[in-house]
Write a protein that binds this ligand. Structure first.
Ligand SMILES: [Zn+2]
Length: 414
């Protein structure tokens, strides 16, 4: 029987830096023995002097702890997965100091030092990670990320991307901090109630990391400004709370070729994915059309658990950092579903839709459209969004009947 053994990060140095190993075995004991036989250094990590598995090493067959099965005698079959789970402390400051970080940063013979001493101390826990290092930290410093919305999702995104050293954060928002925001929008404090969110965000980000340049765009993202804004950034993190802006962000990302790190939340559930990335699907491939207005309530109407945007926003921040570093497996073609009440994560496969109107083989959307109309929203909302006054058909009929001098220009396409 060929079974797969998942190797945890702390033990990978002893297993040829592999994340999983396939071995032939009929029982759990045989599988571990085969693994240890192939990597003798690993044997010392897994087994004590008495030849028994060390007590801080957990072994799970699929989802079950083998101690509750037949321990090493537990039979295994093809397609079973054995996972080794050692205890991990994490977070404790040990021997890592600025000098260690500096040496890690210099590894690879780089002569040039594009980070200041202050930055090297600040990012020391990144610099000693081989996946980040000096090269990755410089990539983060040079990166430009646009956050659409400085609310629930925008809060953890802005806080953590700033702390991680993303050099330039663009923020689009036109709202003012309201008391009802404080339950989840941790970018803003009680003292900021009544202030523009962008002003509050700028102050908080400056305190977290003064090395970050904050570009504020106090405007509603619209068809008139979205392409111009998105073009100036490397990637977009979508933290919007309404359908017209979601489709607008998606289309602007597809048309400019910028990845769209997507997150959405409702009550106790959230979704995350990465859209518009190279050959991956876009938001329209998943949802060709928005639900009719009123069918899906907004967070203001339906409520949202305060910690939920923290979880989803940090998944978005993680994906943004991975895309910048070019490391790991991004959520491209995968929709992550999170249920806070069940405390479960599920993953669904997404495919690019050849018939997608914006990223398909024969796209019909080649420029930004009227997203309020696309989402079936009334003229009141549209007027508020564009500032262009509108009249209804009966109002026009009344003016025609009155004999007003009018020029009616029909700009509809066939
Ligand atoms: Zn698409």
């Amino acid at each position: 029987m060929a079974i797969r053994i998942q190797i945890p990060t702390p033990l990978r140095p002893y297993a040829g830096h592999k994340s999983s190993v396939e071995v032939e075995a009929a029982t759990v004991g045989e599988a571990l023995d085969a693994l240890a036989g192939r990597h003798p250094e690993l044997r010392r990590q897994l087994y004590g002097e008495d030849g028994r598995l060390r007590s801080f090493v957990g072994v799970f067959l699929n989802q079950d702890d083998v101690r509750h099965l037949q321990r090493e005698a537990t039979p295994v079959t093809d397609r079973d997965v054995l996972t080794i789970v050692p205890s991990v402390a994490g977070g404790k400051d040990t021997a890592v100091d600025a000098e260690t970080a500096r040496q890690a940063a210099m590894r690879g013979g780089k002569v040039e030092q594009p980070l200041s001493h202050e930055e090297i101390r600040r990012y020391s826990r990144h610099l000693i990670l081989p996946e980040v290092g000096l090269e990755g930290q410089v990539k983060l410093k040079q990166a430009r990320v646009l956050l659409v919305g400085a609310g629930g999702l925008g809060s953890p995104l802005a806080l953590y991307l700033a702390a991680a050293g993303v050099g330039t954060l663009g923020l689009v928002d036109f709202d003012v901090v309201d008391e009802s925001n404080l339950q989840r929008q941790v970018l803003h404090g009680t003292s900021a109630v009544g202030l523009p969110k962008l002003e509050s965000a700028r102050q908080r980000i400056r305190d977290i990391n003064p090395n970050v340049t904050v570009e504020t765009h106090e405007t509603r993202l619209s068809s008139a400004n979205a392409l111009d804004l998105v073009k100036r950034y490397d990637l977009v993190a979508d933290g919007t709370d309404n359908f017209p802006t979601r489709y607008l962000v998606n289309d602007a990302c597809v048309l400019t070729g910028k990845p769209n790190v997507y997150g959405s939340i409702f009550r106790f559930e959230g979704q995350a994915s990465v859209f518009a990335h190279a050959d991956g699907p876009c938001y329209r491939c998943l949802y060709a059309e928005p639900p009719p207005p009123g069918l899906v309530p907004s967070c203001a109407e339906g409520g949202v658990l305060g910690v939920l945007p923290g979880v989803i926003g940090l998944i978005q921040a993680t994906e943004a950092i991975k895309l910048i570093l070019g490391k790991g497996e991004p959520l491209v073609g995968r929709l992550l579903l999170y249920d806070a009440l069940a405390m479960s994560f599920r993953e669904l496969k997404l495919k690019k839709d050849p018939a997608c109107p914006v990223c398909g083989t024969n796209p019909t959307i080649r420029e930004l459209i009227d997203y309020e109309a696309f989402c079936g929203l009334g003229p009141e909302t549209h007027e508020a969004a564009t500032g262009v006054p509108e009249i209804t058909a009966p109002e026009l009929a009344a003016r025609v009947a009155r004999g007003d001098e009018l020029l009616v220009l029909d700009v509809r396409e066939p």
